[in-house]
Design a protein around this ligand. Structure first.
Ligand code: ATP
Ligand code: MG
Length: 182
């Protein structure tokens, strides 16, 4: 299906903002019943640097949402409480580039190439506590590559990580114009 990546990315991020809001409401309005929710869930701030332009791309919404959800959930999971997550979307002349940066644990240099492998998790002990199977990024990679796109990561241990996705993109030329005049 053809979707406007700009609108769709904002929509996915809105959901994360909403989750945070619901979580805060539980935390402030509840008694003991929800204390666990309040103390175990993390807070985060999402900054958006997203182009205002419509970017029409041919992608499967559900699959693509799964990819972004996983990267966002990782950014939250592998960051300390209160971290800032920056979501960016821009276009080049023939690609759209989407990125998600966190200020979390980061990934050691020697593991950078492996995080997209099935079941690979950095530091088994650290990861086990966080829960998860180590499949999220492997699935993300499959989905992105099926679209002839690329996914990669840039990270510095102790400082944070940025995950990038680039997809081939052909801007739709202004319709009408030339034809009407011809
Ligand atoms: P799942 O996504 O299947 O629930 P997972 O999050 O462990 O489990 P992936 O999403 O595939 O699996 O990530 C693989 C590993 O890469 C993680 O276990 C973690 O060690 C590392 N990783 C992924 N994202 C980040 C991040 N933003 N910061 C630091 N480490 C990360
Ligand atoms: Mg994950």
């Amino acid at each position: 299906e053809t979707i406007n990546l700009n609108e769709f990315f904002n929509y996915i991020l809105d959901r994360f903002d909403m989750m945070l809001k619901t979580q805060n409401e539980h935390a402030s309005s509840d008694n003991n019943q929800h204390i666990e929710v309040a103390t175990t869930k993390k807070t985060y701030t999402i900054r958006r640097e997203i182009t205002k332009r419509d970017l029409w791309v041919e992608i499967d919404q559900d699959k693509f949402m799964q990819v972004i959800d996983n990267i966002m959930n990782n950014a939250i999971k592998y960051s300390p409480d209160g971290g800032v997550i920056t979501a960016r979307l821009l276009e080049t002349h023939n690609h759209v580039i989407l990125s998600i940066s966190d200020q979390g644990l980061g990934i050691p240099r020697q593991d950078l190439g492996k995080v997209f492998d099935r079941f690979y998790r950095v530091d088994k002990a650290r990861s086990r506590k966080q829960g998860g199977t180590g499949l999220g990024l492997a699935i993300s990679k499959e989905v992105v590559e099926a679209l002839n796109g690329r996914i990669w990561v840039d990270s510095e241990e102790g400082k944070g990580s940025t995950f990038y996705i680039s997809l081939p993109y052909q801007p739709i030329e202004d319709e009408g114009g030339d034809w009407d005049e011809a």
